[in-house]
Design a protein around this ligand. Sequence first.
Ligand SMILES: Nc1nc2c(ncn2[C@@H]2O[C@H](COP(=O)(O)OP(=O)(O)O)[C@@H](O)[C@H]2O)c(=O)[nH]1
Ligand SMILES: [Mg+2]
Ligand SMILES: [Zn+2]
Length: 304
Amino acid sequence: MMCILEQERAIAERATLSGVVVWAGPQQCRVIRDDTALEAEALVRRQRPVVGDRVRLISRSEEVLEVAGIEPRRTRLSRPRVMDAGAEQVIVANVDVVAVVVSILTPPLHPRLIDRYLVAIQYGGAEAALVLNKMDLADAEQRSAAGKILAPYRAIGVPFFPVSTLTGEGIDLLRDHLARKTSAFVGHSGVGKSALVNALYPEIGQQVGDVWKGYGRGTHTTTVSDLFRLPDGGALIDTPGIRSFGIWNVPREELRNYFPEFEECRCRFRDCMHLAEPGCGVREAAESGEISSARYDAYLRLLE
Ligand SMILES: Nc1nc2c(ncn2[C@@H]2O[C@H](COP(=O)(O)OP(=O)(O)O)[C@@H](O)[C@H]2O)c(=O)[nH]1
Ligand SMILES: [Mg+2]
Ligand SMILES: [Zn+2]
Protein backbone atom coordinates (compact mmCIF):
# COMPACT_ATOMS: atom_id res chain seq x y z
CA MET A 1 0.00 0.00 0.00
CA MET A 2 1.27 3.44 -0.92
CA CYS A 3 0.79 6.14 1.64
CA ILE A 4 -1.20 9.17 0.57
CA LEU A 5 1.88 11.28 0.05
CA GLU A 6 3.43 8.64 -2.19
CA GLN A 7 0.23 8.37 -4.15
CA GLU A 8 0.11 12.10 -4.65
CA ARG A 9 3.70 12.18 -5.74
CA ALA A 10 3.10 9.36 -8.19
CA ILE A 11 0.10 11.17 -9.63
CA ALA A 12 2.04 14.41 -9.87
CA GLU A 13 4.84 12.65 -11.72
CA ARG A 14 2.50 10.99 -14.12
CA ALA A 15 0.61 14.21 -14.63
CA THR A 16 3.72 16.06 -15.77
CA LEU A 17 3.15 14.54 -19.18
CA SER A 18 1.78 17.46 -21.13
CA GLY A 19 1.29 18.54 -24.70
CA VAL A 20 -0.81 20.43 -27.21
CA VAL A 21 -4.15 19.22 -28.52
CA VAL A 22 -4.00 18.90 -32.30
CA TRP A 23 -7.34 17.20 -32.79
CA ALA A 24 -10.35 16.92 -30.51
CA GLY A 25 -13.29 14.56 -30.88
CA PRO A 26 -16.30 14.26 -28.60
CA GLN A 27 -14.55 12.02 -26.09
CA GLN A 28 -11.02 11.75 -27.29
CA CYS A 29 -8.24 13.97 -28.37
CA ARG A 30 -4.86 13.74 -29.98
CA VAL A 31 -2.02 15.43 -28.19
CA ILE A 32 1.43 16.16 -29.55
CA ARG A 33 4.23 15.91 -27.07
CA ASP A 34 7.73 16.46 -28.43
CA ASP A 35 7.34 14.60 -31.68
CA THR A 36 4.97 11.94 -30.54
CA ALA A 37 1.24 11.91 -31.15
CA LEU A 38 -0.69 10.53 -28.18
CA GLU A 39 -4.32 9.53 -28.07
CA ALA A 40 -6.04 10.45 -24.83
CA GLU A 41 -9.48 10.19 -23.41
CA ALA A 42 -10.90 13.60 -22.75
CA LEU A 43 -13.60 13.55 -20.15
CA VAL A 44 -12.52 16.53 -18.10
CA ARG A 45 -15.44 17.63 -16.00
CA ARG A 46 -17.46 20.25 -17.80
CA GLN A 47 -14.59 21.77 -19.70
CA ARG A 48 -13.67 19.98 -22.90
CA PRO A 49 -10.22 20.31 -24.43
CA VAL A 50 -10.17 21.99 -27.82
CA VAL A 51 -7.54 22.29 -30.51
CA GLY A 52 -4.68 24.48 -29.31
CA ASP A 53 -5.20 23.63 -25.66
CA ARG A 54 -2.24 22.67 -23.51
CA VAL A 55 -3.27 19.69 -21.48
CA ARG A 56 -1.81 17.55 -18.72
CA LEU A 57 -2.09 13.83 -19.24
CA ILE A 58 -2.26 11.02 -16.77
CA SER A 59 -2.09 7.32 -17.53
CA ARG A 60 -5.15 5.52 -16.33
CA SER A 61 -3.77 2.16 -17.28
CA GLU A 62 -0.87 0.79 -19.28
CA GLU A 63 -2.58 1.70 -22.53
CA VAL A 64 -5.00 4.45 -21.72
CA LEU A 65 -4.05 8.06 -21.29
CA GLU A 66 -6.49 10.56 -19.95
CA VAL A 67 -6.61 14.34 -19.95
CA ALA A 68 -6.20 15.36 -16.33
CA GLY A 69 -6.42 19.09 -16.79
CA ILE A 70 -6.43 21.98 -19.22
CA GLU A 71 -4.00 24.86 -18.78
CA PRO A 72 -5.57 28.30 -18.61
CA ARG A 73 -6.22 29.56 -22.13
CA ARG A 74 -4.08 32.50 -23.21
CA THR A 75 -6.56 33.38 -25.96
CA ARG A 76 -9.68 31.76 -27.30
CA LEU A 77 -12.21 32.07 -30.07
CA SER A 78 -15.70 31.21 -28.90
CA ARG A 79 -19.25 31.28 -30.11
CA PRO A 80 -22.57 30.17 -28.64
CA ARG A 81 -23.23 26.45 -29.12
CA VAL A 82 -25.41 25.77 -32.11
CA MET A 83 -27.84 23.49 -30.25
CA ASP A 84 -27.56 25.24 -26.90
CA ALA A 85 -27.01 28.98 -27.23
CA GLY A 86 -26.62 29.35 -23.47
CA ALA A 87 -23.34 27.45 -23.57
CA GLU A 88 -19.95 28.42 -24.88
CA GLN A 89 -18.28 26.60 -27.71
CA VAL A 90 -14.58 27.31 -27.76
CA ILE A 91 -13.44 26.85 -31.34
CA VAL A 92 -9.68 27.21 -30.83
CA ALA A 93 -7.44 28.05 -27.90
CA ASN A 94 -4.08 29.78 -27.51
CA VAL A 95 -3.84 31.19 -31.00
CA ASP A 96 -1.93 34.39 -31.71
CA VAL A 97 -3.75 35.21 -34.92
CA VAL A 98 -7.21 34.35 -36.19
CA ALA A 99 -7.31 34.88 -39.94
CA VAL A 100 -10.83 35.42 -41.25
CA VAL A 101 -10.91 33.95 -44.73
CA VAL A 102 -13.39 35.21 -47.32
CA SER A 103 -13.43 34.74 -51.07
CA ILE A 104 -13.92 37.49 -53.59
CA LEU A 105 -16.35 35.32 -55.59
CA THR A 106 -17.90 31.87 -55.07
CA PRO A 107 -19.04 32.11 -52.35
CA PRO A 108 -19.72 35.85 -52.59
CA LEU A 109 -18.26 38.26 -50.10
CA HIS A 110 -20.32 38.64 -46.91
CA PRO A 111 -18.77 41.36 -44.77
CA ARG A 112 -21.25 41.07 -41.89
CA LEU A 113 -19.68 37.78 -40.88
CA ILE A 114 -16.36 39.62 -40.68
CA ASP A 115 -17.81 42.12 -38.18
CA ARG A 116 -18.94 39.34 -35.87
CA TYR A 117 -15.64 37.53 -36.12
CA LEU A 118 -13.69 40.69 -35.35
CA VAL A 119 -15.65 41.27 -32.15
CA ALA A 120 -15.16 37.69 -31.02
CA ILE A 121 -11.47 37.65 -31.93
CA GLN A 122 -10.71 40.82 -29.97
CA TYR A 123 -12.84 39.62 -27.05
CA GLY A 124 -10.91 36.37 -26.95
CA GLY A 125 -7.56 38.17 -26.92
CA ALA A 126 -6.15 37.15 -30.31
CA GLU A 127 -5.10 39.35 -33.22
CA ALA A 128 -7.21 39.42 -36.35
CA ALA A 129 -6.16 39.24 -39.98
CA LEU A 130 -8.32 39.32 -43.08
CA VAL A 131 -7.61 37.07 -46.07
CA LEU A 132 -9.41 37.68 -49.35
CA ASN A 133 -8.96 34.51 -51.40
CA LYS A 134 -9.64 33.52 -55.04
CA MET A 135 -8.33 36.79 -56.44
CA ASP A 136 -7.70 34.89 -59.69
CA LEU A 137 -11.46 34.77 -60.32
CA ALA A 138 -11.98 38.52 -60.24
CA ASP A 139 -11.55 41.16 -62.93
CA ALA A 140 -10.39 44.70 -62.20
CA GLU A 141 -13.89 45.94 -61.54
CA GLN A 142 -14.68 43.15 -59.10
CA ARG A 143 -11.39 43.72 -57.34
CA SER A 144 -12.13 47.36 -56.86
CA ALA A 145 -15.67 46.61 -55.59
CA ALA A 146 -14.26 44.19 -53.02
CA GLY A 147 -11.63 46.74 -52.07
CA LYS A 148 -14.39 49.22 -51.25
CA ILE A 149 -16.35 46.72 -49.18
CA LEU A 150 -13.27 45.81 -47.17
CA ALA A 151 -11.85 49.34 -46.80
CA PRO A 152 -13.38 49.85 -43.32
CA TYR A 153 -11.38 46.90 -41.96
CA ARG A 154 -8.14 48.21 -43.38
CA ALA A 155 -8.99 51.60 -41.90
CA ILE A 156 -9.09 50.10 -38.41
CA GLY A 157 -5.74 48.43 -38.97
CA VAL A 158 -6.68 44.80 -39.61
CA PRO A 159 -3.83 43.29 -41.67
CA PHE A 160 -5.26 42.51 -45.10
CA PHE A 161 -4.09 39.86 -47.57
CA PRO A 162 -5.57 39.50 -51.06
CA VAL A 163 -4.43 36.05 -52.19
CA SER A 164 -4.98 33.23 -54.61
CA THR A 165 -4.03 29.69 -53.73
CA LEU A 166 -4.27 28.96 -57.43
CA THR A 167 -1.78 31.52 -58.78
CA GLY A 168 0.17 32.04 -55.55
CA GLU A 169 -0.65 35.75 -55.45
CA GLY A 170 -0.09 37.17 -51.96
CA ILE A 171 0.85 33.82 -50.43
CA ASP A 172 4.41 34.84 -49.49
CA LEU A 173 3.22 37.96 -47.67
CA LEU A 174 0.68 35.95 -45.72
CA ARG A 175 3.29 33.32 -44.84
CA ASP A 176 5.59 36.07 -43.54
CA HIS A 177 2.82 37.53 -41.43
CA LEU A 178 2.04 34.17 -39.82
CA ALA A 179 5.66 33.10 -39.35
CA ARG A 180 6.46 31.63 -35.92
CA LYS A 181 2.92 32.28 -34.73
CA THR A 182 0.02 29.99 -34.01
CA SER A 183 -2.78 30.93 -36.37
CA ALA A 184 -6.25 29.68 -37.14
CA PHE A 185 -8.18 30.01 -40.39
CA VAL A 186 -11.90 30.61 -39.93
CA GLY A 187 -14.74 31.43 -42.30
CA HIS A 188 -17.49 30.01 -44.44
CA SER A 189 -17.14 26.64 -46.02
CA GLY A 190 -15.69 26.74 -49.54
CA VAL A 191 -13.68 29.96 -49.21
CA GLY A 192 -10.40 28.02 -49.42
CA LYS A 193 -9.16 27.62 -45.84
CA SER A 194 -7.78 24.13 -46.40
CA ALA A 195 -6.37 25.15 -49.78
CA LEU A 196 -4.56 28.00 -48.01
CA VAL A 197 -2.88 25.65 -45.57
CA ASN A 198 -1.58 23.70 -48.55
CA ALA A 199 -0.53 26.76 -50.52
CA LEU A 200 1.38 28.18 -47.53
CA TYR A 201 3.03 24.90 -46.55
CA PRO A 202 2.79 22.24 -49.28
CA GLU A 203 4.70 19.81 -47.04
CA ILE A 204 1.81 19.90 -44.58
CA GLY A 205 -0.42 18.29 -47.19
CA GLN A 206 1.98 15.39 -46.83
CA GLN A 207 1.59 15.50 -43.05
CA VAL A 208 -2.17 15.34 -43.43
CA GLY A 209 -1.84 12.17 -45.47
CA ASP A 210 0.71 10.55 -43.19
CA VAL A 211 -0.40 11.37 -39.71
CA TRP A 212 -4.12 11.13 -40.04
CA LYS A 213 -4.24 7.95 -42.08
CA GLY A 214 -6.12 5.25 -40.25
CA TYR A 215 -8.43 7.53 -38.35
CA GLY A 216 -11.14 7.03 -40.90
CA ARG A 217 -11.56 10.68 -41.68
CA GLY A 218 -12.41 12.14 -45.05
CA THR A 219 -9.41 13.62 -46.76
CA HIS A 220 -10.87 16.84 -48.07
CA THR A 221 -13.80 18.09 -46.05
CA THR A 222 -12.70 19.42 -42.73
CA THR A 223 -15.25 18.40 -40.13
CA VAL A 224 -13.15 19.16 -37.07
CA SER A 225 -10.23 21.49 -36.49
CA ASP A 226 -6.72 20.28 -37.16
CA LEU A 227 -3.53 21.78 -35.83
CA PHE A 228 -0.45 21.51 -38.04
CA ARG A 229 2.90 22.32 -36.58
CA LEU A 230 5.19 24.39 -38.76
CA PRO A 231 8.92 23.91 -39.24
CA ASP A 232 9.52 27.40 -37.75
CA GLY A 233 7.87 26.55 -34.43
CA GLY A 234 4.52 28.11 -35.29
CA ALA A 235 1.32 26.27 -36.11
CA LEU A 236 -1.67 26.52 -38.41
CA ILE A 237 -5.16 25.46 -37.43
CA ASP A 238 -7.66 24.63 -40.14
CA THR A 239 -11.24 24.84 -38.89
CA PRO A 240 -14.43 23.45 -40.43
CA GLY A 241 -16.59 25.92 -42.33
CA ILE A 242 -19.42 27.39 -40.32
CA ARG A 243 -22.89 28.41 -41.44
CA SER A 244 -23.32 31.11 -38.86
CA PHE A 245 -21.22 32.74 -36.25
CA GLY A 246 -22.74 34.38 -33.18
CA ILE A 247 -21.11 36.46 -30.50
CA TRP A 248 -20.51 34.76 -27.19
CA ASN A 249 -20.80 36.61 -23.90
CA VAL A 250 -19.87 40.16 -24.89
CA PRO A 251 -21.89 42.51 -22.65
CA ARG A 252 -23.91 45.14 -24.55
CA GLU A 253 -21.98 47.97 -22.92
CA GLU A 254 -18.69 46.44 -24.04
CA LEU A 255 -19.57 45.86 -27.65
CA ARG A 256 -18.56 49.42 -28.63
CA ASN A 257 -15.01 48.72 -27.40
CA TYR A 258 -14.58 46.22 -30.20
CA PHE A 259 -15.30 48.81 -32.88
CA PRO A 260 -12.00 50.71 -32.70
CA GLU A 261 -13.14 53.36 -35.19
CA PHE A 262 -15.72 54.64 -32.68
CA GLU A 263 -12.96 55.92 -30.43
CA GLU A 264 -11.76 58.32 -33.07
CA CYS A 265 -15.19 59.90 -33.32
CA ARG A 266 -14.74 61.34 -29.83
CA CYS A 267 -18.36 61.03 -28.87
CA ARG A 268 -18.61 63.53 -26.05
CA PHE A 269 -20.85 61.35 -23.90
CA ARG A 270 -18.80 59.07 -21.74
CA ASP A 271 -21.27 56.22 -21.38
CA CYS A 272 -22.91 56.64 -24.74
CA MET A 273 -24.25 53.47 -26.36
CA HIS A 274 -24.03 55.32 -29.69
CA LEU A 275 -27.67 54.55 -30.41
CA ALA A 276 -30.13 57.40 -30.80
CA GLU A 277 -28.63 59.75 -28.23
CA PRO A 278 -28.93 63.26 -29.65
CA GLY A 279 -25.51 64.70 -30.44
CA CYS A 280 -23.80 61.28 -30.41
CA GLY A 281 -20.47 61.71 -32.18
CA VAL A 282 -20.39 58.17 -33.53
CA ARG A 283 -23.81 58.44 -35.11
CA GLU A 284 -22.84 61.76 -36.68
CA ALA A 285 -19.58 60.32 -38.00
CA ALA A 286 -21.49 57.43 -39.58
CA GLU A 287 -23.98 59.82 -41.16
CA SER A 288 -21.28 62.08 -42.57
CA GLY A 289 -19.28 59.12 -43.90
CA GLU A 290 -16.32 59.80 -41.64
CA ILE A 291 -16.62 56.21 -40.44
CA SER A 292 -18.25 53.36 -42.35
CA SER A 293 -22.03 53.38 -42.04
CA ALA A 294 -22.05 49.65 -42.80
CA ARG A 295 -19.90 49.06 -39.74
CA TYR A 296 -22.10 51.31 -37.64
CA ASP A 297 -25.17 49.38 -38.83
CA ALA A 298 -23.42 46.13 -37.97
CA TYR A 299 -22.87 47.47 -34.46
CA LEU A 300 -26.55 48.39 -34.11
CA ARG A 301 -27.61 44.97 -35.33
CA LEU A 302 -25.31 43.23 -32.91
CA LEU A 303 -26.66 45.27 -30.04
CA GLU A 304 -30.16 43.95 -30.70
N1 LIG B 1 -10.34 29.81 -58.21
C1 LIG B 1 -9.87 29.50 -57.01
N2 LIG B 1 -10.40 28.46 -56.34
C2 LIG B 1 -9.92 28.17 -55.11
C3 LIG B 1 -8.88 28.94 -54.53
N3 LIG B 1 -8.62 28.43 -53.29
C4 LIG B 1 -9.46 27.38 -53.14
N4 LIG B 1 -10.23 27.22 -54.23
C5 LIG B 1 -11.27 26.20 -54.44
O1 LIG B 1 -12.35 26.44 -53.53
C6 LIG B 1 -12.94 25.21 -53.12
C7 LIG B 1 -13.00 25.14 -51.60
O2 LIG B 1 -11.69 25.09 -51.08
P1 LIG B 1 -11.41 24.52 -49.63
O3 LIG B 1 -9.98 24.74 -49.33
O4 LIG B 1 -11.92 23.14 -49.47
O5 LIG B 1 -12.32 25.52 -48.77
P2 LIG B 1 -12.64 25.45 -47.20
O6 LIG B 1 -13.99 24.84 -47.07
O7 LIG B 1 -12.66 26.87 -46.75
O8 LIG B 1 -11.57 24.66 -46.54
C8 LIG B 1 -12.09 24.11 -53.71
O9 LIG B 1 -12.75 23.63 -54.86
C9 LIG B 1 -10.80 24.80 -54.09
O10 LIG B 1 -10.18 24.21 -55.19
C10 LIG B 1 -8.33 30.04 -55.26
O11 LIG B 1 -7.43 30.78 -54.85
N5 LIG B 1 -8.88 30.27 -56.50
MG1 LIG C 1 -11.70 22.98 -45.31
ZN1 LIG D 1 -22.24 58.21 -28.83
